[in-house]
Design a protein around this ligand. Structure first.
Ligand SMILES: Cc1cc2nc3c(=O)[nH]c(=O)nc-3n(C[C@H](O)[C@H](O)[C@H](O)COP(=O)(O)OP(=O)(O)OC[C@H]3O[C@@H](n4cnc5c(N)ncnc54)[C@H](O)[C@@H]3O)c2cc1C
Ligand SMILES: NC(=O)c1ccc[n+]([C@@H]2O[C@H](COP(=O)([O-])OP(=O)(O)OC[C@H]3O[C@@H](n4cnc5c(N)ncnc54)[C@H](OP(=O)(O)O)[C@@H]3O)[C@@H](O)[C@H]2O)c1
Ligand SMILES: Cc1cc2nc3c(=O)[nH]c(=O)nc-3n(C[C@H](O)[C@H](O)[C@H](O)COP(=O)(O)O)c2cc1C
Length: 587
């Protein structure tokens, strides 16, 4: 007869770590309960916990998982795919992989080399491997969790067997991660112990102590806005604002290169319009998954995202009734039209397109995506701007389908939070985007638009550290007179020699567009000399076009000035990556 494994409920008075540990402990204790007495030790296995990350989430979860595995008595070896080879994988019997996806379904930069090697015909067989994949992604991207899915399929094709099914998670990772972990633990508990690992029982003393009061995404810090100023001129075609918040009375710490997560609120005007269109009462009670009962007004303001459509929202809305227009868009061969449709429309457009389909407030909870936090690269240095955190926010405003629209968070920061107001924030560490460890090493930064943000942080940090390495910044914007972000500061750093070179590309100041990558090519000989002197390259800003074009320009500089063919230039750039000298933080 099978036995039910006790489970610590979500509302028990434990931290998530304590709850996870206790659940793992109970799973271990009750595993194989049919065959062995209840107090049999959990099987001890040697398990590789591998992660492929860009912004640190996969690494954070992998660390948590490794810790819990050790507490269950397993030998967990934590490693980044950056430093891992298919040959090492072939030697393992158990591997748990956490991998995020970027670009157009690509691996994070750090896992590109592994991804290429495992895809080769020469990749080793993985017949002795049991594995499980947790894929991180975001459903708003076309290639949702593709890299995780690719790894899962490839490992299986190379002969490895799955411990459990892959779990794909969108931005809200915690619940799917717990679900995957439970499946993994259940599967491991049915695996015979491996001789390589010493058996161990989880000790009560291993249980994590209650954590001190730390601010995370689950427990954000309500930070006071202490300064706001436009960085673009009032006659500019765009608005970018400098927003500074105080951390003086907090335990919040960050490092140069990190990002700041912001919990946004929807524009009250948008919320009012939805209420007016649906005739729902703002006080109607609705049930939010995990959070429980609240008012519709609270749900629409803080928890749901009516201003961005996803494919699922259109599908779910169309399923509420008859609407020919939407059914056409949902045809299997209309993917591109659907993407175009959702790009610049919102729930309000759906309601106007096919009115009268929403009949109860709870339908909104079912069809709308969750309001997610927004990240902003931190533009201050914790050493130079002690007690403060600065962000550089491009305000998203556009007109489409006869309506003026605004981005949820950027307009909140620029229009709706006054100086003295407070916003819930947390730090998103970015361990892959750090200053060169060698303070004498040269550094090249390519940061058009808001991409300049982390480089302002880097430059102030390097000065505060007394770092003597040369600094070269490529900055680009629309026009020098209206959009030269942080002009005085950057020109000041040039004058006093801290910024060795500042090369700018103002795209709209002449007839033809000039971009940062054009400057890289123009000064290619000097760029190549800096590379030979050991310079690290950093790129930040737009992912959709800029980062790819800058990458192509880098290859071109290496080809031209290093006298290499395309293949050797590619190898050279890959080596830069492996040496931790080519970093990208793009969005
Ligand atoms: C690691 C990281 C770092 C970042 N750093 C910064 C930073 O330093 N500074 C910064 O400003 N941003 C940064 N961002 C982007 C930031 O997180 C937000 O995505 C951005 O501010 C937009 O959020 P929003 O809520 O204002 O807009 P949303 O409400 O999310 O609206 C954006 C959506 O509006 C639509 N849209 C936008 N423009 C148009 C247009 N012209 N026409 C039609 N539709 C359009 C698109 O569907 C788009 O997805 C970063 C992102 C990441 C992931
Ligand atoms: N909806 C809005 O109002 C709005 C406004 C600003 C930014 N955004 C979005 O917000 C993000 C960040 O914007 P941002 O303010 O940091 O600036 P940005 O839009 O990235 O622009 C900064 C500079 O980069 C140039 N640029 C455009 N394409 C490029 C390419 N392929 N290679 C190199 N440079 C290129 C721009 O020129 P040109 O623009 O002249 O081509 C501009 O001079 C971007 O993803 C952008 O799409 C939206
Ligand atoms: C610029 C950018 C591109 C992304 N591209 C994709 C994508 O193509 N598919 C996807 O599922 N998720 C995509 N994501 C979402 C990330 O995979 C997701 O945020 C993940 O949790 C990040 O994990 P990490 O911090 O371990 O890198 C993208 C995120 C960013 C910022």
């Amino acid at each position: 007869m099978s036995q039910i494994v006790p489970f610590i409920p979500d509302n028990a008075p434990f931290s998530p770590e304590q709850r996870a540990w206790l659940n793992g402990f109970l799973a271990g204790l009750y595993s194989g309960a049919d065959a062995a007495p209840a107090k049999a030790p959990a099987p001890s296995l040697k398990i590789a916990v591998l992660f492929a990350t860009q912004s640190g989430t996969s690494e954070r979860l992998a660390k948590k998982l490794a810790k819990e595995l050790r507490q269950q008595g397993h030998v967990a070896d934590l490693a980044s795919l950056e430093t891992y080879s298919p040959a090492s994988l072939a030697e393992q019997t158990h591997a748990l992989v956490l991998a995020s996806t970027y670009g157009e379904g690509d691996p994070p930069d750090s896992a590109k080399s592994f991804a290429e090697s495992i895809a080769m015909d020469t990749a080793p067989r993985l017949d002795q491997l049991s594995f499980a994949v947790f894929a991180l992604g975001d459903t708003s991207y076309e290639h949702f969790c593709k890299f995780g899915a690719d790894l899962d399929a490839r490992f299986s094709a190379l002969g490895a067997s799955r411990l459990c099914d892959r779990v794909d998670s969108s931005v809200d990772v915690d619940a799917p991660f717990d679900q995957w972990k439970t499946a993994v633990f259940n599967s491991l508990s049915q695996t015979p112990a491996s001789p390589a690992a010493a058996p161990a029982l989880p000790l009560a003393a291993d249980a994590p102590a209650a954590k001190p009061h730390v601010h995370t995404r689950d427990n954000p810090y309500l930070a006071e806005v202490i300064e706001k100023r436009p960085l673009t001129h009032e006659i500019s075609s765009k608005l970018t604002v400098h927003v500074a918040i105080s951390l003086a009375e907090s335990e919040v710490h960050y490092e140069a290169g990190d990002a700041c997560g912001v919990f946004a609120q929807n524009d009250p005007a948008v919320v009012d319009e939805i209420l007016a269109l649906t005739h729902f009462s703002p006080d109607a009670t609705v049930d939010l998954p995990k959070l429980g009962a609240t008012t519709l007004l609270d749900a629409l303001t803080h928890h749901l995202q009516p201003s961005r459509l996803t494919r699922k929202t259109v599908q779910a809305y169309a399923a509420l009734g008859d609407c020919d227009k939407l059914h056409h868009l949902l045809a299997p061969d209309a993917q591109k039209q659907l993407d175009t449709y959702i790009y610049d429309r919102s729930l309000i457009d759906l309601i106007e397109e096919c009115p009268g389909l929403l009949t109860s407030p709870s339908q909104l909870i079912d069809i709308l995506p969750k309001l997610t936090t927004r990240l902003y690269s931190i533009s201050s240095s914790p050493k130079f701007h002690a007690g403060e955190l600065h962000t550089t926010v491009a305000v998203v405003r556009y007109r489409s389908h006869n309506r003026d629209r605004g981005g949820v968070c950027s307009t909140m920061l620029s229009d709706r939070v006054p100086v003295g107001g407070r916003v819930p924030i947390y730090i998103q560490p970015n361990k892959k985007f750090r200053l060169p460890a060698d303070h004498t090493a040269p550094m090249i930064m390519v940061g058009p638009g808001t991409g300049v943000a982390p480089f302002r942080s880097f430059l102030h940090e390097r000065r505060a550290l007394g770092a003597t390495g040369r600094n070269w910044l490529f900055f680009g914007e629309r026009s020098a007179t209206t959009d030269f972000l942080y002009r005085d500061e950057l020109e000041g750093m040039c004058s006093d020699g801290h910024l060795t070179r500042l090369d700018t590309a103002f795209s709209r100041d002449q007839e033809h567009k000039v971009y940062v990558q054009d400057r890289m090519i123009e000064f290619g000989a000097e760029f190549w000399r800096w590379l030979n002197d050991g310079a690290s390259i950093y790129v930040c800003g737009d992912a959709s076009r800029m980062a790819k074009d800058v990458d192509a320009a880098l290859h071109r500089v290496v080809e031209q000035h290093g006298n290499k063919d395309a293949e050797s230039a590619k190898e050279f750039v890959q080596e830069l990556q492996e040496q931790n000298r080519y970093h990208r933080d793009v969005y």
